[in-house]
Design a protein around this ligand. Structure first.
Ligand SMILES: [Zn+2]
Length: 152
């Protein structure tokens, strides 16, 4: 048995691999994986040849939509998203950074109108090399992706 196989293989579903350490929980909330009936396996701080350490998420019997895959890139630009069928990789989902993201994050600015009015948050996403900035549509402030909190 391989040492790297610290999370068991799944028969069918989606594997999100090479997630930067610390981002898996955000992705779980982002995809609302706790609200579904899918069996989800998460690995934190697993050894990775490519990244030294990584997070990993396996979702059984569910194939991510392109939109969901795109959202993941906000937190994990280099994540590998594989569709698994009968324990083998059937397809790689090529995700692209979305231009906007709606209703998922809480604006870190306490004075932002989104905290007062019953409205969804809305951010414009800006890629600056390896950094990802989220600009609030309403208070017009820019935030680092590590500053925004996911709504639960
Ligand atoms: Zn705001």
């Amino acid at each position: 048995m391989s040492k790297t196989l610290s999370v068991s293989a799944i028969q069918n579903g989606t594997v999100i691999d090479h997630i930067p350490v610390g981002q898996a929980l955000k992705i779980i909330h982002l995809l609302k994986l706790l609200e579904t009936n899918q069996c989800v396996t998460v690995g934190f701080r697993l050894l990775s040849r490519r990244m030294k350490l990584k997070d990993l998420i396996k979702i059984e019997d569910y194939v991510l939509t392109e939109e969901e895959a795109n959202k993941i890139t906000v937190f994990a630009q280099e994540a590998t998203i594989n569709v698994i069928k009968n324990f083998t990789v059937k397809e790689k989902i090529i995700a692209r950074m979305p231009k906007t993201i709606e209703g998922v994050f809480i604006c870190p600015n306490a004075a932002c109108i989104t905290h007062v009015e019953p409205m969804e948050s809305y951010f414009y996403i800006e890629e600056q090399g390896k950094a990802v900035k989220l600009n609030c549509r309403y208070c017009e402030k820019p935030f680092d992706r590590n500053q925004v909190k996911v709504t639960i």
